[in-house]
Each structure stands twice: as C-alpha cells, then as structure tokens.
Design a protein around this ligand. Structure first.
Ligand SMILES: [Zn+2]
Length: 283
C-alpha cells in the first residue's frame, strides 16, 4: 500500500514543478538544483545544509532506533532507475509489519518507505550534506513518514510529517572484503541502466541487511526539506556522523547509469542551502 503511495509522490513532485517552471516536463541535476523554482527557490528551511560540529548544539536525546528492521522483507524487492536516482520501495515484512524509525528528535514512529542514493562522479564527491566542511563520496537516504498520517502523500504536506535518515558513504579503494549490506542494493543497479528500468534484488533480506551499519548513537538533526522538487519543508533530518565504506567497484556501477535524456546520471546532488534561523542539534 505505502509503496504505491510513494510512487505517486515521485510522480507528483516533478509534475507540479513542471507546471510552474519551464515546461520541459522534467527536472535534472545539471545545475545541482540552482535552477529549480517554487519553494526550492524561496524556502527558508531548505536542505541539504553544511553541518558543522563546532556550530551545532549538543542536545541530550534518545538514540535513534529502528523497528521490525531485522525481519525478512516481503519479496520482490523492487529497485528502479527513476532518472534521478536508484530507489528501492521498502515493502512490509513477510508478516505485514512496516519497518520504522524512532528516537532522536522524532516523536512517535516513522514508517520507512524508500531508500535511494545521491552520488558524484569519478572525479568529484556526491554527498548532499557536508560535515565539518568536507563532502563525502555519496549519501544514502531512507525516507520515512509519520504514523500519524495515512501515507507519504498526506504526510509531506505537514511540518514534521517526513523523516529522512542519511548515511554517508566513502569510496574504499583497497580491494578488501566488502561486507556492507549496501553492496547488494548498489550492485543490482547494474541491471537498470536506463530511466524507468526496474529490477529486483535477489535473495532474502531484512531492512538491516541492506542499509549498512550506522552508529545509532551519533547523529545530527535539524528541520529541513526534501532535496528534490517541490522541496517540501516537512522533513526532520537525522544525519549519522559515521561513514560507511563501500568498495569502488560498486560506485563504478552508479557512474554508468543514464538519466531520462540518456545523459550520464552523475552528480545527482543538490548544493547546500542557507541555514537561516535554524538550529542543528547533535548527539
Ligand atoms: Zn535523497
């Protein structure tokens, strides 16, 4: 159920943007978001931002925790090249439970519905947030919506309706055993080179098996937006400060993907936005 709602959102956002801007029918990363209109241009709570430990406010808060994250997910696990990223719809577990995130600055449960990546190119990093003036090679996002709402389409219209969890990735150039669960997720992208192509991730997995292994005790949190048009300002961000190392061979698969115009789908990140009057907290 929530998977189809998420699809609907992905379809709706570019469409709304299309109506208000240049009529090209789609948006891209050629200017890394500087040419996006509407709230993306006028909003004051936009994401990503530059995170800086020396400027963040240390706040006592519970650690982040995931629920139903170790239970087997219902198959097939669909992965799609949507022209902007590779996205996996997160299904329920085989018993019908929705994996969720809680803790940190989040109130109540947020159901995890999608996982995607922002990456750079062979010569440049692709993380969206920077950390202490450094940008990592890539950034994984797990998109979740508050259990207060029926689906993500409703949740995105409300402040705090969405929670996005971010995990930084760094390229591992030494050929040593790569145990990150993200490998299964990224490796499957070799089968979806074109815009709108789909594949399934073979095997039996829980969300934990696929998302890497962030340290749930250490993170930054702030109020921000979606980093794609229409840049809705309904997101509570949780950005883990630990970094997942992934072997360069996996990154090579991402750099080969193509977007809707058959250009290379590289550097699919938005540039950092002004902090304005916001506070960034860390634990
Ligand atoms: Zn994202």
């Amino acid at each position: 159920m929530q998977a189809s709602a998420f699809h609907k959102l992905l379809l709706l956002l570019p469409l709304a943007f299309f109506e208000m801007t240049n009529g090209s029918g789609d948006w891209d990363y050629l200017s890394n978001g500087k040419d996006w209109g509407d709230l993306c241009a006028t909003g004051k709570l936009q994401s990503p931002i530059a995170l800086d430990k020396s400027k963040a406010v240390k706040k006592p808060m519970p650690k982040v925790w995931f629920g139903h994250n170790t239970l087997e997910l219902r198959r097939p696990l669909w992965l799609k090249n949507n022209g902007h990223t590779i996205n996996m719809d997160i299904p329920t577990t085989i018993k019908g439970w929705k994996p969720f995130i809680a803790g940190g600055r989040l109130r109540g449960r947020y159901y995890a519905v999608g996982m995607h990546i922002h990456w750079g190119s062979k010569n440049s990093p692709g993380a969206e947030h920077s950390l202490n003036k450094f940008r990592y090679d890539a950034e994984v996002h797990i998109v979740c919506y508050s259990s207060k709402y029926n689906d993500i389409v409703e949740a995105v219209e409300h402040k705090g309706g969405i929670a996005v969890v971010a995990i930084f990735l760094a390229i591992e150039r030494k050929n040593k055993p790569d145990t990150s669960g993200l490998r299964k997720f990224i490796d499957a992208s070799a089968r979806i080179p074109y815009h709108n192509s789909n594949t399934t991730i073979p095997g039996v997995y829980s969300l934990n098996d696929l998302m890497g292994n962030p340290d749930l005790e250490h993170f930054y949190s702030y109020d921000g937006s979606l980093t794609t048009p229409g840049c809705h300002e309904s997101v509570i961000w949780t950005v883990f400060s630990t970094v997942e190392r992934v072997y360069i061979e996996a990154f090579g698969r991402l750099w080969k993907l193509l977007d809707h115009s058959h250009n290379k789908l590289i550097n699919n990140f938005r540039t950092v936005q002004a902090l304005n009057n916001r506070t960034v907290y860390y634990r």
